[in-house]
Design a protein around this ligand. Structure first.
Ligand code: PMP
Length: 353
């Protein structure tokens, strides 16, 4: 018999580890299909050459660069080992036993898991019929125990976004002692001008924090860097519960180098957004239900047919992400990758619809 873990550990669901079979088109993890720029790879190599020394504790150089880019004070930025780490740090810093985390469902699966790991209750509010956050129902669901609310905008896995007006009205209804976390992992792919840049809201409300990442638009998912923008008190709290030196020298250097080419990143994001619309229109023409997306992925509301669809795609060399009997999330990849996926989806629709 081994050493017993804490009693509730077995009941906490595992974070789903995406499969990466070789030789397949990977459209299951919302990554960039393009490798990092050569300048980023060079910066990582140079940083690795100094790997005998610990990295900067608070990623000070990256903070300075980001503060410049976002036009926020350095004291309002915390860097993490991916934004998923910052989600966990926020829950750890703001919640204790008996407290609650509130989030939509379906949304990013890490939120309820981190709540459970911290020993707090995760209250979930269903998305509306259009697969969007129902912010009115979420405001109604706030309880005296709620300490943190996650709003994923655009939402993973449905790609839907809520408008600036909806977010502002929601924040007005949230008490000042509850932290609203706007998870904007996919912000760079937003093309709808009605979707709020959450950073603006952090300047107006001390109880709003924004999470962003270098994993998606910047194509650095394997390098692990994300950031949190919020009031200095939020930043201090997040840093207090951080694993010391979690963001290594190569990761800090990669993010700084990636920020040097915001033009190139913007161009890549515009290409992804255009492909997103092309793929969605083709799927709609094939008779599939696909909500409008503001992210680098699409949600196919296939219900009980989702498993068959994922298997069908796999046989054609395309890996998509299956969400039980609810739907499929497919990342927008390069044009030729999307074409292979579309061919499979159109064939599937022709056989089954
Ligand atoms: N938030 C959302 C909504 C996500 O979808 C993801 C990645 N799947 C993350 C945060 C975490 O990204 P990372 O840790 O790579 O920055």
């Amino acid at each position: 018999m081994g050493v017993p873990t804490r009693a509730d550990l077995a009941s906490i669901p595992d974070y789903i580890i995406p499969g990466q079979p070789p030789g397949t088109i990977l459209l299951n993890s919302n990554e960039s299909s393009l490798p990092p720029l050569p300048s980023v790879v060079e910066a990582v190599t140079r940083a690795a050459a100094e790997g005998n020394r610990y990295p900067q504790w608070f990623s000070e150089d990256l903070v300075a660069r980001l503060a410049d880019e976002l036009r926020v004070p350095e004291s309002s930025l915390a860097i993490g080992c991916g934004s998923v780490s910052l989600c966990q740090q926020l829950v750890q810093a703001y919640c204790a036993a008996g407290d609650e985390v509130l989030c939509a469902w379906r949304s990013f699966e890490a939120y309820p898991v981190f709540a459970r790991v911290a020993g707090v209750h995760a209250r979930t509010v269903p998305l509306d019929a259009e697969h969007r956050h129902d912010l009115t129902a979420m405001a109604d669901a706030l309880s005296p125990a709620t300490r943190v609310v996650f709003v994923c905008n655009p939402n993973n896995p449905t790609g839907t976004a809520v408008s600036a007006r909806e977010v502002r009205e929601f924040v007005e209804r949230v008490p000042d002692d509850v932290l609203v976390v706007l998870d904007e992992a996919y912000r760079e792919f937003v093309t709808d001008p009605d979707v709020l840049d959450g950073v603006l809201l952090t300047r107006e409300h001390e109880n709003v924090a924004v999470l962003r990442t270098f994993s998606k638009a910047y194509g650095l998912a394997g390098i692990r860097v994300g950031y949190c923008v919020g009031a200095p008190a939020v930043v201090s709290a997040v840093n207090k519960v951080a694993v010391p030196f979690a963001v290594g020298r190569p990761a800090q250097a990669a993010a700084i180098a990636a920020l040097a080419d915001t033009e190139g990143v913007g161009e890549r994001c515009r290409t992804v957004a255009a492909e997103r619309e092309r793929v969605r229109e083709a799927l709609l023409r094939a008779g599939l239900r696909v909500p409008a997306s503001q992210a680098n992925f699409l949600w196919l509301a296939l219900g009980y047919r989702s498993g068959d669809f994922a298997a069908f795609c796999a046989r054609r060399g395309v890996v998509v992400r299956l969400f039980g009997n609810e739907g499929i999330r497919v990342t927008v990849g390069l044009r030729h990758e999307n074409d292979v996926f579309l061919q499979a989806a159109e064939e599937f629709a022709a056989i089954t619809l």
